[in-house]
Design a binder for this molecule. Structure first.
Ligand code: 13P
Length: 283
């Protein structure tokens, strides 16, 4: 049984002064590849469903995703967590908790800090009854296609506010804004590592970095030693899926459509295995 409490996985990462990688993966091939890549690397991993991947959500829901990851996780020995990413919908959060997700993110980062705290507290209260961990976000991590989101220090997490937020909300982990953004970066991000150290000095909570696709490895490695214990990666995995499909379609020798799912899984497994090099977490 490979499902492990996310809090425990984060504690393992914290002890090892590194981060666990959490991948947005939205279908069977992607989830299978994440688990196979992590098994090959012998490292824990988190599978994350992002409700913003709306076309996927139209056809399925946490009720399918949760059991699917749990079933697939039976095939591997590494610790696996199931996380609902960026959710603002209370009903969806509860559906995920009922469906085998052992971690959820309540994202109140667009709200005032007071409203964010109030709502996060409520989610934590409910999640406790399910034994589910809660990630919150303080400050706001925006989108990389808007360079301003990445550079606007007004959106960054204020070190003096983090400890109180964690304490009062009861969240398990805290996503912080220090110069990363979601999606393809138009210009190389420069993480505010000084700010990260300041935040980390105020709280024992594991810190989470979003927008993990395209941040230079050297910055990530420093960030991991300064309190980032979870790195979210999505865009790179999805893009590699697309590349795999293109490669398959263009291959002159391949005209067997039935082989595509396996071929895509192999390509993505390799990507995940290599990406996991970033984490020094060993079992
Ligand atoms: P990327 O898609 O930029 O890797 O970000 C993923 C993420 O932060 C999901 O929460």
């Amino acid at each position: 049984m490979a499902i492990e409490k996310v809090k425990t996985i984060l504690e393992m990462a914290d002890k090892a002064n590194t981060a666990v990688l959490a991948f947005n993966c939205s279908d069977f091939n992607m989830i299978s590849a994440v688990l196979q890549g992590a098994e090959k690397a012998n490292k824990p991993v988190l599978c994350m469903l992002d409700p913003r991947h709306a076309t996927f959500m139209k056809w399925t829901s946490p009720r399918i995703y949760g059991p699917m990851v749990r079933e697939l996780a039976e095939k591997v020995k590494i610790p696996v967590g199931i996380h609902l990413d960026h959710c603002t919908d209370f009903n969806l959060l509860i559906t995920a908790m009922e469906s085998g997700f052992n971690s959820v993110m309540y994202d109140g980062s667009m709200l005032t800090p007071e409203e964010n705290l109030k709502n996060t507290k409520e989610v934590v209260h409910v999640a406790k009854a399910f034994g589910v961990d809660v990630e919150a976000e303080l400050g706001h991590v925006g989108f990389a296609d808007n360079a301003k989101d990445q550079d606007d220090e007004d959106l960054y997490t204020k070190p003096e506010t983090a400890a109180r937020f964690v304490e009062e909300s009861g969240c398990t982990s805290l996503a912080i804004a220090i110069g990363s953004a979601h999606g393809f970066y138009k210009k190389t991000p420069h993480l505010d590592l000084e700010r990260l150290s300041e935040i980390n000095a105020t709280t024992d909570a594991p810190l989470v970095l979003h927008g993990g696709s395209g941040i230079p490895d050297d910055q990530l490695k420093v960030a991991f030693t300064r309190g980032i214990n979870k790195l979210n990666v999505g865009t790179e995995l999805f893009y590699n899926y697309l590349l795999s499909a293109k490669k398959y379609c263009n291959a002159e020798t391949t005209d067997n459509m039935f082989d595509f799912p396996t071929a895509a899984q192999e390509d993505l497994t390799e990507y995940v295995y290599n990406k996991l090099d970033l984490s020094s977490l060993t079992l």
